[in-house]
Design a protein. Structure first.
Length: 108
């Protein structure tokens, strides 16, 4: 993990976050600047800078993140009404925190 990465600090428990899920490979928590009634960030514990930095050994991470988003959508009662899952990639794509993460957005 990176020492200065805010998501790595959240994973290590050094920074506060409203955590809604945690397991051995990922964590999910509420976005501090939500764009919808439900706005969660799903973050692998392994520090990967961006989608562009995924390696062959990381193929399973994306699948795990998507299945976790599906489960969290059910738990937050947005699965029927609909939701977005979104990766921002690099600055031009809107990425602000350079630790791979996926947004789960819905609840309108």
């Amino acid at each position: 993990m990176e020492t200065s990465c805010i998501f790595c600090q959240i994973i290590r428990g050094e920074k506060p976050a409203e955590i809604v899920y945690r397991d051995e490979s990922m964590i999910a928590f509420k976005d501090i600047h939500p764009h919808a009634p439900v706005h969660l960030l799903i973050v692998p514990k392994k520090h990967i800078r961006s989608v562009n930095d995924l390696a062959d050994e990381d193929k399973g991470i994306i699948s795990e993140m998507i299945f976790r988003a599906k489960a969290l959508a059910g738990e937050t009662a947005i699965s029927r009404s609909g939701y977005k899952i979104l990766f921002n990639v690099e600055r031009g794509g809107g990425q602000v925190i350079f630790h791979l993460h996926m947004h789960l957005i819905g609840g309108w």
